[in-house]
Design a binder for this molecule. Structure first.
Ligand code: GLY
Ligand code: MN
Ligand code: MN
Length: 407
């Protein structure tokens, strides 16, 4: 029902004669004939609820058709059961199911002279073929209205995102309790691998487990170095559950106790994050959390003498303060409307993730060298305020040290 309502809602925003053509993701090879686990395209799943590869939906007000793989007993022995054409109409509330192998001959038959076609081609073979078939008729993008819908999460989506957040929170807690000097970063990663899989979820993105100076590499994913006594470890890891992502970063001391210098930098980032989160509510500009985080970090670094008034903050803080979160970790949805920053609305979910990264630099007091801190939580905009979906995870210095002292 939920997917049917979404299709109806989308069509209500399009031309009366709209026909939306949308395909799922292609299967991806890892190497040789080994494929990655299939993950449907978020837009496609959002509208159809169908999880198999090689599928194209054709959606209009009076006809909902799905091209999909036919049953194939031989292939199903190897790859698993397929829904098939006979059962698909009832299960997916289709008007008709057509064989994906007939796409070439049948697609244009579903489009009338008066139809206004909506289609967005992904860079894959199937979409190139569809674009070619539709080229004479022409087509428009459906992304703007569809992604506005995805940006505002309904109650069911929020409940799944809360569950994803809860799973990730527990994994971070386990990592804080299990870390020890001498462990490899990948061993700490394995805490997340095991916890996510055992909760029917998977990594929403490649996790970052970065000890010491590796935390200053923003997209560090090698995760193959030893964790050392006296250093911090930054973990940016979140699970995807039911095609919805969570996204959490925590930084904690490998030996369980922050040094004074580590505490100073950590507290600035935490102050920035808490102030940024406090600003989030309906009607506030989506730029506000970043502006507030930058002000707090600039001020904090100046107080420690690490930054002068004329120096650019980008030396230590060079990324944004957050992004939409949903079916994709960097979720869809515009940040601007009519050339202006938009404002927060109920049902949006945004990450808040300020950071400070201090690489080795002869001009900087060595006690601060190689400290990389980011604190990231997932924030839901509510009626009048916000809720932190990941708010149960230890965050203050005291909370982290206390949690790490328990076994
Ligand atoms: N984990 C990806 C990000 O924080 O944007
Ligand atoms: Mn993030
Ligand atoms: Mn992250």
């Amino acid at each position: 029902m939920i997917h049917q309502n979404r299709r109806k809602e989308l069509l209500s925003q399009l031309d009366d004669n709209a026909v939306v053509v949308i395909s799922t993701n292609p299967e991806q090879f890892r190497n040789g004939d080994v494929t990655f686990a299939f993950r449907p395209h978020s837009d496609f799943f959002y509208l159809t609820g169908f999880q198999e590869p090689q599928a194209v939906a054709v959606i209009s007000a009076d006809n909902y058709v799905l091209f999909l793989r036919a049953k194939n007993p031989e292939r199903e022995i190897w790859d698993g059961e397929r829904l098939g054409l006979a059962d698909a109409p009832k299960v997916l509330k289709l008007d008709s199911a057509l064989n994906i192998d007939a796409l070439n001959e049948r697609l244009l038959q579903l489009i009338k002279p008066e139809s206004v076609v909506y289609f967005d081609a992904k860079p894959c073979e199937l979409d190139l073929k569809i674009a070619e078939l539709l080229s004479e008729k022409g087509f428009e993008s459906v992304q703007a209205p569809l992604h506005e819908m995805r940006l505002i999460k309904d109650d069911l989506e929020i409940s799944i995102m809360q569950k994803a957040a809860d799973i990730s929170v527990v994994a971070h807690e386990k990592a804080m309790k299990q870390v020890a000097a001498g462990m490899f970063e990948y061993q700490l990663q394995s805490v997340f691998d095991a916890h996510f899989v055992s909760h029917d979820s998977e990594h929403a993105y490649t996790p970052i487990v970065a000890g010491g100076k590796n935390a200053c590499i923003l997209h560090y994913i090698n995760n193959d170095q030893v964790l050392k006594d006296g250093e911090l470890v930054l973990i940016d890891a979140g699970c995807e559950l039911g095609y919805y992502a969570s996204d959490i970063t925590r930084v904690f001391p490998v030996n369980g106790r922050f040094s004074e210098a580590q505490k100073q930098i950590y507290q600035i980032v935490l102050n920035a994050q808490l102030a940024a989160i406090a600003s989030i509510k309906p009607g506030v500009s989506v730029q506000q959390p970043h502006k507030i985080a930058c002000d707090v970090i600039q001020q904090g670094l100046q107080t420690l003498g690490l930054l002068t008034q004329d120096e650019s903050l980008s030396k230590f803080y060079m990324h944004g303060t957050g992004h939409w979160l949903g079916m994709d970790v960097h979720d869809v949805g515009k940040y601007q409307q009519d050339g202006q920053p938009r404002v927060f609305e109920k049902g949006m979910v945004i990450t808040v993730e300020p950071g400070i990264y201090i690489r080795k630099d002869a001009k900087i007091n060595p006690v601060y060298h190689n400290i990389g801190i980011r604190i990231e939580d997932d924030v839901l905009v509510t009626d009048t305020n916000n809720t932190v979906l990941t708010g149960n995870l230890a965050q203050t210095i005291n909370e982290i040290e206390t949690l790490m002292s328990k076994n």
